[in-house]
Design a protein around this ligand. Structure first.
Ligand SMILES: NC(=O)c1ccc[n+]([C@@H]2O[C@H](COP(=O)([O-])OP(=O)(O)OC[C@H]3O[C@@H](n4cnc5c(N)ncnc54)[C@H](O)[C@@H]3O)[C@@H](O)[C@H]2O)c1
Length: 260
């Protein structure tokens, strides 16, 4: 998919790797000035290096002062911010436990990045976009925000919050010309999830095989399959969709995928 983003300025949080990097790559290769941002300035710069129109900055979405500085820098350098992709996210990868054992510190960490960080980032960008009279905010949720998974209480709560906040922001910012949509990815292969998916023999682990039995397309997504949905939401020609969360999950949540 191609679209014309020339003259647009984008910022993707958590874009040194994974889904965020693929989204920033797509925005850049379709003509946008693309700010890659992540906790590490060096890693963000490395991601931006190979990208036409790629720029980079260090940005921790849990730090409102850093957010203000980053947005200030973008405005000073290029004068506008057209597309914000709230992608930065964390979850408990190992040691998943039930809610009665779920540590409060882990709850705070996940909610702090996945929901409060997204709120802080959106707040700063929305003020700029409201002044411009235009803009796109794209929130990376998860199918876990629509259909909860076991043993991930903080993640499912945060991502459900993202889905509803997407709708609320669409209501508030639509009159100012700012469209707010989300993406709910299913399982997606990244550098981080690859080791969870495959055993030493190069085959899916047993738990992943069981999970994929519920996915009609019978495989995880590639990061680029999520990025193309973000490009669609950023495309100036896609101009009447707001408050929507696109599910990109290979059919996982379309229904009950097994015989009974
Ligand atoms: N990979 C999947 O299967 C999957 C499925 C559903 C949803 N998602 C969502 O997609 C988004 C990207 O996931 P991914 O798999 O590419 O993750 P990832 O771990 O590969 O990349 C996430 C990036 O976010 C950055 N980050 C973490 N905390 C940050 C903070 N406080 N401020 C700024 N950056 C921060 C990390 O440094 C990392 O570069 C997340 O919101 C995630 O919840 C992923």
């Amino acid at each position: 998919m191609r679209c014309d983003l020339s003259g647009r300025v984008s910022l993707v949080t958590g874009s040194a790797r994974g889904i965020g990097r693929a989204i920033a790559d797509r925005l850049a290769s379709n003509g946008a000035v693309a700010y890659y941002s992540d906790l590490s300035a060096d890693e963000a710069a490395a991601a931006a290096a190979g990208s036409p129109g790629g720029r980079s900055l260090a940005l921790d979405v849990t730090d409102p002062a850093a957010i203000a500085a980053a947005v200030g820098r973008i405005l000073a350098e290029v004068g506008r911010l057209d597309i914000l992709v709230n992608n930065a996210g964390v979850n408990t990868i190992a040691d998943r436990v039930a809610i009665d054992q779920f540590p409060r510190a882990e709850w705070d960490r996940i909610l702090g990045v996945d929901l409060t960080g997204l709120y802080e980032m959106s707040k700063a960008a929305a003020a700029v976009m409201r002044r411009q009279g235009s803009g796109r905010i794209i929130n990376i949720a998860s199918i876990a925000g629509l259909v909860p998974l076991r043993l991930q209480c903080a993640f499912v709560a945060a991502k459900a919050g993202v889905v509803n906040l997407t709708r609320a922001m669409a209501l508030e910012l639509g009159p100012a010309g700012v469209l707010v949509n989300g993406i709910a990815p299913g399982s997606t292969l990244t550098g981080g999830t690859r080791q969870l998916f495959y055993g030493d023999d190069g085959l899916y682990k047993e738990s992943v095989r069981r999970m994929l039995d519920h996915v009609p397309l019978d495989r995880p997504a590639t990061v680029d399959e999520i990025a193309v949905a973000a490009l669609f939401l950023a495309d100036p020609e896609n101009s009447y969709m707001t408050g929507h969360t696109l599910v990109v999950d290979g059919g996982w949540t379309a229904g009950y995928a097994r015989d009974f």
